[in-house]
Design a protein around this ligand. Sequence first.
Ligand SMILES: Nc1ncnc2c1ncn2[C@@H]1O[C@H](COP(=O)(O)OP(=O)(O)O)[C@@H](O)[C@H]1O
Ligand SMILES: [Mg+2]
Length: 233
Amino acid sequence: MIRLEHLTLTFPDGDRRLTAVDDVSLTAHAGTVTGITGPSGSGKSSLLAVAATLIRPDAGRVMIDDTDVTALSATEAARLRRDEIGIVFQQPNLLPALTAREQLSVMNELGAKGSRGRRRATAARADELLDAVGLAGHGDKRPHQLSGGQRQRVNIARALMNDPSVLLVDEPTSALDQERGARIIELILRLTAELDTATLLVTHDLVHLPRMHAVVTLVDGALSERALAAAPA
Ligand SMILES: Nc1ncnc2c1ncn2[C@@H]1O[C@H](COP(=O)(O)OP(=O)(O)O)[C@@H](O)[C@H]1O
Ligand SMILES: [Mg+2]
């Protein structure tokens, strides 16, 4: 479960401050996808960055299960991200030299002492996730041998390597055509159910919203009441 409580985030803007996130509260439960939509510049990515503990808010707090993650030190927040949070950014920032399987396993080898048993378990988990995202048999391919949609699938699989309780996804379909985009949304819905993550999914593509368990709309950083009233229960 992730709960955002009265989050406000501002950025310096000349001699004033720009309010990117304006008193936003929402709760997402395990096994559900909450869609976050709104025009460009409405604060969607900023909200995800705060939820991901990458930026500290000016006010409000982020609860993950029973932990107030806004109160953590930088070291504790980094550990929490490693153990509990999966993050999928807009562009799959894969390492050109690594195979799909290595993109995933490198996550578990960062900062860990590599025993042979652990490496085997990591490789098995990587293959299981590649299979889950429809890339069984593509584990040995490097990014340039994969299509845009396949690279985004590797990106999603990589975010799940740590078996996160919270999955944060920012506009995963923006570089894809309609059909490939729809299949990526399907995939995120299915994985959320299978892995029981609390998922926040940013998209400005309205066609995907009816599939989600809840939808919120941001306008100028704030939740829009009118759009909320129209969202599915
Ligand atoms: N690092 C930053 N420094 C200053 N302003 C920022 C920064 N990141 C975002 N903003 C501003 O915050 C507002 C919200 O941006 P963003 O969260 O990226 O919106 P969205 O993802 O909905 O397009 C915009 O006005 C943007 O220019
Ligand atoms: Mg954005």
